[in-house]
Design a protein around this ligand. Structure first.
Ligand SMILES: C[S@@+](CC[C@H](N)C(=O)[O-])C[C@H]1O[C@@H](n2cnc3c(N)ncnc32)[C@H](O)[C@@H]1O
Length: 260
């Protein structure tokens, strides 16, 4: 499986690769054979000692003993190949995919349930939708618990993440886009015309439904990535700015909706 992960990452000598939760180096060491630089992050001091001694003279392995959620990612393009700690899967995705980052691609082992939630359609979760606007996330295959030692209690999956080549929305708009989808997707089964009713006028909604090749009564969550791009860009171009949903601090807070 380690060979498979390394090969899926298609690493070259010019690549910097992060191993998040590197343990004693089961992945970090083989990664160092392919990539120019491996940054192995692990917070357990006992594992870090073993990892450092395995890395030995390998000058291209940099071991960092810290909480990976506190790590400041590189400010130039990088990859991730990792068997991540399942308990912090969502915070890891938010840290590396949710903000404007230099992540180019990733090959990850995830808990299978999370892998399914992150890749399924329709997308009803604004946070996952925001990741998928800039990254193509796919399940490669399921990994049975027996493949690990010790075996985890749940099935896992190999997942690939590729930065989308030409996203229509500039990366700097992530915050504004997240505010927009959090507002519009607050009830994912709501008909399109109602979900966007506070942002666009009725004639604009009729035009938009035609441009997006959809029925105005279709649930808002049935939009695909391209339709979300078109809808967001239409808001910037045609909707009055006072109608744009505003970014709020603390993503758990619900977005107040206008009275109808
Ligand atoms: C699933 S194991 C993977 C170990 C190794 N990469 C492998 O494939 O054998 C996850 C590792 O993440 C480490 N870990 C858990 N939470 C962490 C955190 N917040 N920051 C850094 N490492 C963490 C654990 O100590 C453990 O070594």
């Amino acid at each position: 499986m380690i060979k498979e992960l390394v090969s899926l990452a298609k690493l070259q000598e010019s690549d910097t690769v992060l191993d998040l939760g590197a343990g004693t180096g089961a992945l970090a060491i083989p990664l160092a054979e392919k990539a120019g630089k491996v940054i192995a992050i692990e917070n357990d001091p006992v594992s870090v000692e073993k990892l450092k001694s395995r890395a030995g003279e390998k000058a291209n392995v940099i071991v960092k003993q810290l909480d990976l959620l506190q790590y400041q990612p590189p400010s130039s393009p990088f990859c991730i190949v990792a068997n991540i700690p399942f308990s912090i899967t969502t915070p890891i995705f938010e840290k590396f995919l949710g903000h404007s980052s230099f992540l180019e691609r990733a090959v990850l082992i995830l808990e299978k349930g999370a892998a399914k939630r992150f890749t399924s359609f329709p997308v009803t979760n604004p946070q996952i939708l925001a990741w998928r606007m800039w990254y193509d996330i796919r399940i490669k295959r399921t990994v049975m618990p027996e493949c690990f030692s010790p075996p985890p209690s749940v099935e896992a999956a190999v997942v690939t993440v590729y930065r989308r080549k030409n996203p229509a929305i500039p990366s700097g708009h992530r915050g504004k886009f997240k505010a927009f989808v959090s507002y519009v997707l607050h009830d994912p089964r709501q008909p399109f015309f109602e979900a966007v009713g506070d942002i666009f006028t009725s004639p604009q909604i009729a035009k938009l439904a035609k441009a997006l090749r959809m029925d105005r009564a279709q649930p808002i969550c049935s939009l695909n990535v391209q339709q979300w791009e078109e809808l967001y860009l239409a808001m910037l171009q045609h909707a009055a700015p006072y109608r744009w949903p505003k970014a709020r601090k603390g993503s758990s807070k619900s977005y107040p909706r206008r009275k109808r």
